[in-house]
Design a binder for this molecule. Structure first.
Ligand SMILES: C[S@@+](CC[C@H](N)C(=O)[O-])C[C@H]1O[C@@H](n2cnc3c(N)ncnc32)[C@H](O)[C@@H]1O
Length: 257
């Protein structure tokens, strides 16, 4: 697990991001590709191959040739380029979705298209014809922005409607404040905090107040129940231990029956 001190400028810059501010970051020539997608370099530089390997291990459909793949909120760093290369090697049809400014920074897929706009409201015209036809949907490190800015069930219902039978949706890299609290209450979490702050203090005590902008176990379990009730299989999955935020983030896999 990584522990790096984050530059103050990045802390300010990435404090409160939304779809529009990501497009502003995308157009800032002074930022690295990792900063343009809202991460300090230390969290992503050299790590995105491992992130892709973790995605690949969770999504067996990615091994199939000639399928349809959709990446929602694809960003502009190495991860989307690795996904694009993988899809080309497998002759997969790839739809890349994000804001136009972000999409302008990445190559076109060998087969497929870029779909600019906020999913699902601004992409319905182009994506609705793919209902029940997409074997792989990846939305990595996007869901917490939808949680703050949009309607998570509208977002996820639209994803599930696009899935083909046996299609797989990975909602990746979800920050879970309940997991974070459990970690910082543990011996490993205390050591992590002391190393990070370079002090011998303890992590701050946590409260039971509702945090309106934070995803917790209740949100994740609610998602599992909603899509199981809708006839899908749904699982909460841990991230590979060497991923930069595996101590406080996890993934959800939804599979359409
Ligand atoms: C933290 S970045 C992650 C980028 C990429 N998935 C990755 O992990 O490398 C979040 C991205 O999601 C995009 N995004 C946020 N909400 C979105 C939505 N509703 N529809 C499409 N893109 C969205 C942002 O513009 C941003 O590029």
């Amino acid at each position: 697990m990584e522990q790096k001190n984050i530059p103050q400028a990045d802390i300010q810059r990435f404090k409160q991001l939304n779809f529009q501010s990501f497009q502003d970051l995308a157009q800032d020539p002074n930022l690295s590709p990792y900063q343009k997608i809202g991460f300090p370099n230390a969290y992503r530089e050299g790590k995105e191959r491992a992130i892709f390997e973790d995605i690949l291990a969770k999504m067996s459909n990615l091994q199939l040739p000639n399928i349809n793949v959709l990446d929602i909120g694809c960003g502009c760093s190495d991860l989307v380029q690795i996904i694009t290369q993988h899809c080309a090697e497998k002759s997969q049809f790839l739809l890349l979705n994000d804001g136009k400014a972000m999409l302008d920074l990445i190559p076109n897929p060998a087969q497929g298209a870029k779909v600019a706009g906020y999913f699902p409201q601004q992409t319905a015209d182009i994506l609705n014809p793919y209902q029940n036809q997409i074997e792989v949907i990846i939305t990595y490190s996007v869901f917490h922005y939808v949680f703050e800015e949009g309607n998570i069930y509208n977002f996820l219902d639209n994803c599930v409607n696009l899935l083909a039978p046996q299609g797989q949706l990975l909602i990746g890299d979800i920050p879970n404040v309940s997991k974070r609290k459990r970690f910082f209450a543990s011996e490993a979490g205390i050591k992590y905090h002391q190393n990070y702050t370079q002090t011998d203090t303890f992590p701050p005590a946590f409260s039971y107040e509702i945090a309106p902008d934070q995803i917790d176990d209740g949100v994740l379990f609610g998602i599992i129940q909603r899509y199981r009730n809708a006839g899908c299989e749904a699982y909460i999955l841990p991230q590979r231990a060497d991923l930069p935020m595996s101590n406080r983030r996890e993934d959800i896999l939804i599979v359409k029956n």
